[in-house]
Design a protein around this ligand. Structure first.
Ligand SMILES: Cc1ncc(COP(=O)(O)O)c(C=O)c1O
Length: 421
């Protein structure tokens, strides 16, 4: 007997995510200016601070041995304490959470996965801004969940549109399937928009008010909070949740320090702590302990803040380079508009409605011929969404130098001219 291989239903649901194809395309041709991958700047990765922290770690054999041992499922307590203290510092002592609610994960992506897995069964609904972080959309489809889009504008998800959607789901007997609302409230991926505090509060209030059958959680993915280049920080989404039962915060040191260390965290409502811990126990019973000790040392030695300062200055220059190239080259094209973020790693571009940006369209292949790669905006729209974003695209400015960013935008404008006539 030699039967065919049959992957699980979940493996089939997880198939065909666009990110790997885009990355492979960029790697195939090193000449191509990739404004697609959302990687952080290779030149600013913190080699020296990590070496200093490692040296410190090795000077104490007992501490070094502890770092090389298994840790606990929810994470290294001193690191959890630092995460809690940092959030207390930025959001005020009145929003301090008990340590039990802080969990360390292998990047924030793992936190998003564990939380979502703890909330949804196949067929359940997560409401997401249209557009949103496409890896999360892939995660939802891998879990057999439905991503339902909510219209958003230059300040993120629109609360009125969210309420409309909730009303519609109730009127069609689907409200009981709604388990979460997913937000990227700071400099979001892909559109670079930040939600003002009032909007976050309105979304949290709606989640609470519409929790008729089951509590609807608000998952606030705050991956880019630290990457602000202008203006004042907005208080964290958790400050809108006085009861502390609705908002899940996902944070990460990937963007602000090093994605290779892969340390992220979550601040969870009390009811979610045990389910997430149980799921994590099944996956890895603790994120890499060594990385957590290292990250804690970096933070304790004050190396993180210094690094962040220089990182911000570097990204600010790159963003300026992208925006000035856009003003020079894209502004000459009729109907092409773009958002001007004050942080993060992305700039969102809209083309005239009839210009398709998708992987099978003329612009995508023309852009590659010109030597530039972007992320088609349609990847970022939930499957069940009124808008499809087929005339939008995302540009990332993290990886390329200022000069190559400017050149990439010039090439993109050239490609647009070619297809738009
Ligand atoms: C919005 C958003 N959330 C989460 C992540 C995951 O980051 P990590 O798992 O490295 O913490 C990313 C990475 O690009 C992101 O853009």
């Amino acid at each position: 007997m030699n039967a065919d291989f049959h992957p699980s239903q979940r493996a089939q649901w997880a198939r065909g995510q666009p990110i790997s194809r885009l990355m492979a395309r960029a790697l195939e041709d090193p000449e191509l200016i990739s404004l697609a991958a959302g990687f952080v700047d290779n030149q600013t990765l913190p080699v020296l601070p990590v070496r200093q922290a490692m040296e410190q770690l090795w000077t104490d054999p007992r501490a070094a041995r502890a770092a090389l041992q298994y840790g606990t499922t929810v994470g290294y307590p001193p690191l959890r304490e630092i995460v809690r203290e940092r959030s207390r510092q930025v959001d005020g002592p009145e929003h301090t959470v008990p340590l039990e609610r802080v969990v360390i994960t292998a990047g924030s992506n793992q936190l998003l996965h564990l939380v979502t897995e703890s909330l949804v069964d196949p067929g359940d609904v997560v409401l997401c801004a249209a557009p949103t972080y496409f890896v999360y959309l892939g995660m939802l489809s891998g879990l057999g969940a439905r991503a339902v889009g909510v219209a958003s504008d230059a300040e993120g998800m629109i609360p009125e549109a969210l309420e409309e959607q909730l009303k519609y789901l109730k009127s069609t007997d689907q409200l009981a399937r709604v388990k979460a609302i997913y937000l990227v409230p700071y400099f979001d991926n892909p559109a670079g928009v930040t939600m003002p505090l009032e909007r976050r509060a309105a979304v949290v209030e709606l989640a609470k008010r519409w929790s008729h059958f089951t509590r609807i959680q608000v998952i606030a993915d705050e991956a880019y909070r630290e990457l602000r280049y202008q203006g004042q920080d907005v208080p964290g989404t958790q400050v809108c949740d006085v009861e502390g039962d609705t908002v899940v915060v996902a944070g990460t040191f990937s963007k602000s320090f090093s994605p290779g260390i892969r340390v992220g965290w979550g601040v969870l409502p009390p009811d979610l702590v045990a389910p997430v811990k149980d799921q994590k126990g099944n996956v890895d019973f603790g994120s890499p302990n060594f990385n957590q000790h290292l990250m804690a040392k970096v933070l304790e030695m004050g190396l993180f803040e210094t690094h962040l300062e220089s990182l911000r200055a570097g990204y600010q220059a790159k963003l300026a380079s992208l925006l000035s190239a856009a003003a020079e080259h894209l502004s000459r094209l009729d109907g092409v508009t773009w958002l001007r973020p004050t942080g993060g790693l992305y700039v969102w571009v809209c083309l005239p409605p009839e210009t398709a940006t998708g992987p099978d369209g003329r612009l995508f292949s023309q852009a590659i011929r010109e030597g530039v790669l972007y992320v088609p905006g349609e990847y970022c729209f939930p499957v069940e969404s009124r808008e499809t974003g087929q005339n939008t695209l995302r540009l990332s400015f993290g990886v390329q130098s200022c000069e190559r960013i400017a050149l990439g935008v010039e090439k993109l404008a050239q490609a647009m001219r070619g297809v738009m006539g």
